[in-house]
Structures are given as C-alpha cells and as structure tokens.
Design a protein around this ligand. Structure first.
Ligand SMILES: [Fe+2]
Ligand SMILES: [Fe+2]
Length: 182
C-alpha cells in the first residue's frame, strides 16, 4: 500500500529517476516564480526583463513538455503494469488531464512571453497587456500548486515503492536519453 507523503529510501546515493523528476519540479517552481516577476511592472531594467521573459518562454516551450512527456509516457505505463493500489490509476489519469490543461494555458502565455522578450519597450508593453499576463501567470502558479503535490506525495513515492530496481534504472536511462535527444 502506498504511504501518502512517504519518501521511500533509495538503495544507493546515485540519483534515481525520482531525483531527476524532483529536479524538474525545482525548475518548474523557479520559472513560475520568474514568470510572476516578469509580469510585474516597474523595477527591472528593460534588458533584464526581456532576458527573463525569454528564459521563461524557453523553459515552458522546451523543458516543461519534456517533463510532462516523462510522466505521461514513461512513468504512467510502468506504474499501471506494477499492480498498483486501486486508487492510483485515477490519480495518474488526473495528472495527465492536468498536463493538458496546463499546456493549454501555456499555449496562451507563450506568445505573450515572446512579445515581451522582443519588445523595445517592455514597460510600455506591460502597461497594455501586463494585467492579462499577470492574471494568467497567477492561474498557472495555482494550477502547479495543485498539480505538483500529488505527484510528489503519491506518484513519485509509488515509483520507488512499486517498480523493481531494474525497471527504475530503465526509467532513469529513458528519461536521460529523451532529454539528451534534442
Ligand atoms: Fe506533471
Ligand atoms: Fe511533475
């Protein structure tokens, strides 16, 4: 049975698949926080704001889709094959549904981050479109708060609890291979 909130111990000090996935969550939190700052008018010099908008755009169009792919395509099928407790398939389906919602919202945000990154006058751009950008970025933040918690307290512990060591190693190398491909 899965212990909610448990963090099963690893057998080695080498990073495992869950460590890689948690590293992605650190980056998600970092870029959501940067996205919130980017949408706040005032304070930052124009070049700095353009650079931050570019970094946020890049993370959410390149890095995050890889992480969602890892969870949907590499983690879910393995957990479903591991005779999971009855509640887990529903948790996994909710996670994948949330990925679709998150990526739909991100599709709305990316053209705005691109415009801001290319703007000669980022403060002027924010005066026109900043409120909508800030509102959708706050929505993104709230969605991630809801999304990351069950991954970290139910799904990732299930990887360490339910998947045999050789399957966890295979998962780790497939995540690494996918991230190195592009
Ligand atoms: Fe996710
Ligand atoms: Fe995740």
């Amino acid at each position: 049975m899965i212990q909610i909130g448990s963090r099963p111990q690893k057998s080695t000090s080498e990073p495992d698949a869950v460590d890689l996935l948690l590293g992605c969550h650190d980056r998600i939190r970092k870029f959501v926080a940067l996205g919130l700052r980017v949408a706040e008018p005032g304070g930052a010099p124009a070049a700095e704001r353009r650079e931050a908008a570019q970094a946020v755009h890049r993370y959410f169009t390149v890095g995050l889709p890889r992480h969602s792919h890892d969870e949907d395509e590499l983690v879910v099928p393995r957990l479903l094959l591991a005779h999971p407790p009855a509640a887990l398939p529903r948790v996994l389906a909710t996670m994948s549904g949330q990925h679709e919602d998150l990526h739909r919202l991100i599709d709305r945000l990316t053209p705005r981050w691109a415009e801001l990154a290319a703007s000669a006058d980022p403060d002027g751009w924010l005066q026109g479109a900043g409120a909508a950008l800030a509102e959708d970025t706050r929505r993104l933040h709230a969605m991630f708060v809801t999304h990351l918690e069950p991954e970290e307290t139910i799904i990732f512990p299930a990887i360490r609890l339910l998947l045999p060591a050789h399957v966890q190693r295979e998962l780790l190398s497939e995540i690494r291979a996918f991230h190195l491909r592009e």
